[in-house]
Design a binder for this molecule. Structure first.
Ligand code: X2X
Length: 339
C-alpha cells in the first residue's frame, strides 16, 4: 500500500515538473490571435450547439489556429437580455438570439414571429434567405450589430402545460404562460386573453417546476433537449409562430478580423446554420413519439380559430401599424394576406 502510494506520488511529482517545463511552450504554440466567445441559450445537445462546435473546429483549422471561437451554451454567460448588452459592449463577440427578443433593440426583428404567419419550412427559408431576412438584417446593421446571412432554426413553437391541453383559443383565457422577454410575445398572448409572464429561458424549467406559470411554448426539439417534458403534462401542437436565431457579431470585434479571415469565419458560420437547420427540422418532426413515450400527452388543435381570434382582437392591424407598410408588405408577399 505505502509503496504503491509513494510510487504514485513520485510519478505525479515527475509529471508536475515536466508539466511546468513544457506548459509555457505549449501555451505559446496554441495561442490564437483572435479568441472570441460565442454565447447562446440552448442545451449542449441541441443541434445548434453540435453544429457550432464543428464550426469552431473548422474555423480553427482553416485559419491555421488564428481564430478560436469558444462556444458557451446553456446561458453560461448570462440570460439572453444580459448577453445582448454584453454583445453590444464587446464583452461577448458572438451571440445567437431570437429575432423576437432582439426586437427589444431592433423592433423590426420580431416580424418573422407574427402569429400563424408561416405555414411551413419552405416558406420560412424562402423569406428569411430572401427579402424579409435582408430587410431585417438591414435594420440590425442600423443598430451597429452585424448579422450573418443565414438565420438559424429554432422552429415552429408548440404550447405545453401542466394543467390542461389547449384545444382552442378559449383555453388560453387566463392561462399563466411564460413568454420570452419580447413585446410581440406578450402582445400575442394578451390578445388571446392569457396571462403572459416575461421570463428568460434560463429560468423556465424552474418556473414550470415551482408552478410560477402553468405553461410555456417552444419547438419540440427544445422541449426535448431542455427536458421541459419533466415538468409539463400536455403538449398542444399550436404551431403558432416560427422562431429563428440571428447569429450576431459585435461590430468592432468583427471588423478587427482581417478580411480574408472574416470571409472564412462567415462562410463557416453560415454553412453550420444550414446543417443545423436540417438537424433541427428533423428533430422537431421526429421527437414527438419519444416525448409521448416519456408521458407528454399530445393534441393537435385546428389553427383557424386561433387566427380568427387574433384578427378580431385587432392584433394584426396593431402590428402592421408598428412595423409599417414597407415591412408588412414584404411579410405578406412571403406568407399571404394577414390583416
Ligand atoms: O426563450 C426561449 O423560449 C427560446 C429559447 O426559444 C428563445 O430563445 C426564444
Amino acid at each position: 500500500m505505502s509503496f504503491s502510494r509513494r510510487t504514485l506520488l513520485k510519478a505525479s511529482a515527475a509529471s508536475a515538473v515536466i508539466g511546468s517545463v513544457g506548459a509555457p511552450f505549449v501555451a505559446r504554440a496554441q495561442q490564437a490571435e483572435f479568441t472570441y466567445k460565442f454565447a447562446n441559450n440552448l442545451p449542449d445537445s441541441h443541434p445548434l450547439n453540435i453544429r457550432a462546435k464543428e464550426m469552431s473546429a473548422a474555423i480553427k483549422t482553416e485559419t491555421d489556429g488564428r481564430v478560436d471561437v469558444q462556444v458557451f451554451p446553456n446561458n453560461q454567460l448570462g440570460a439572453d437580455t444580459d448577453v445582448l448588452s454584453q454583445l453590444r459592449s464587446g464583452g461577448v463577440e458572438f451571440f445567437t438570439i431570437s429575432g423576437l427578443i432582439l426586437a427589444t433593440l431592433v423592433p423590426a426583428a420580431s416580424i418573422n414571429g407574427m402569429g400563424f404567419a408561416f405555414p411551413d419550412y419552405p416558406t420560412v427559408w424562402k423569406a428569411m434567405d430572401g427579402d424579409l431576412g435582408a430587410y431585417v438584417r438591414g435594420q440590425i446593421a442600423k443598430a451597429n450589430l452585424v448579422a450573418m446571412d443565414k438565420i438559424w432554426d429554432n422552429g415552429f413553437r408548440q404550447t405545453t402545460s401542466s394543467t390542461k391541453p389547449i384545444n382552442g383559443p378559449e383555453d388560453y383565457k387566463g392561462f399563466k404562460i411564460r413568454v420570452p422577454v419580447s413585446p410581440l410575445w406578450t402582445s400575442m398572448f394578451k390578445a388571446f386573453d392569457a396571462a403572459p409572464a416575461s421570463i428568460n429561458f434560463n429560468e423556465v424549467y424552474s418556473a414550470l417546476q415551482t408552478k410560477i406559470v402553468e405553461g410555456q411554448e417552444n419547438p419540440l426539439a427544445l422541449i426535448s433537449t431542455a427536458k421541459l417534458n419533466e415538468v409539463q403534462k400536455y403538449c398542444s401542437l399550436t404551431n403558432h409562430m416560427w422562431d429563428g436565431y440571428w447569429f450576431l457579431a459585435n461590430r468592432r470585434a468583427w471588423e478587427a478580423l482581417p478580411e480574408d479571415i472574416r470571409t472564412i469565419v462567415a462562410r463557416n458560420i453560415n454553412a453550420a446554420s444550414v446543417k443545423a437547420r436540417v438537424d433541427t427540422e428533423k428533430l422537431n418532426a421526429t421527437v414527438r413519439q419519444e416525448l409521448a413515450a416519456k408521458g407528454l400527452t399530445f393534441n393537435q388543435p385546428d389553427v383557424a380559430p386561433f387566427r380568427e381570434k387574433l384578427r378580431s382582437a385587432g392584433f394584426y392591424s396593431e402590428w402592421k401599424g408598428k412595423y409599417g407598410e414597407e415591412a408588412w408588405s414584404i411579410l405578406e408577399k412571403s406568407v399571404g394576406k394577414l390583416s
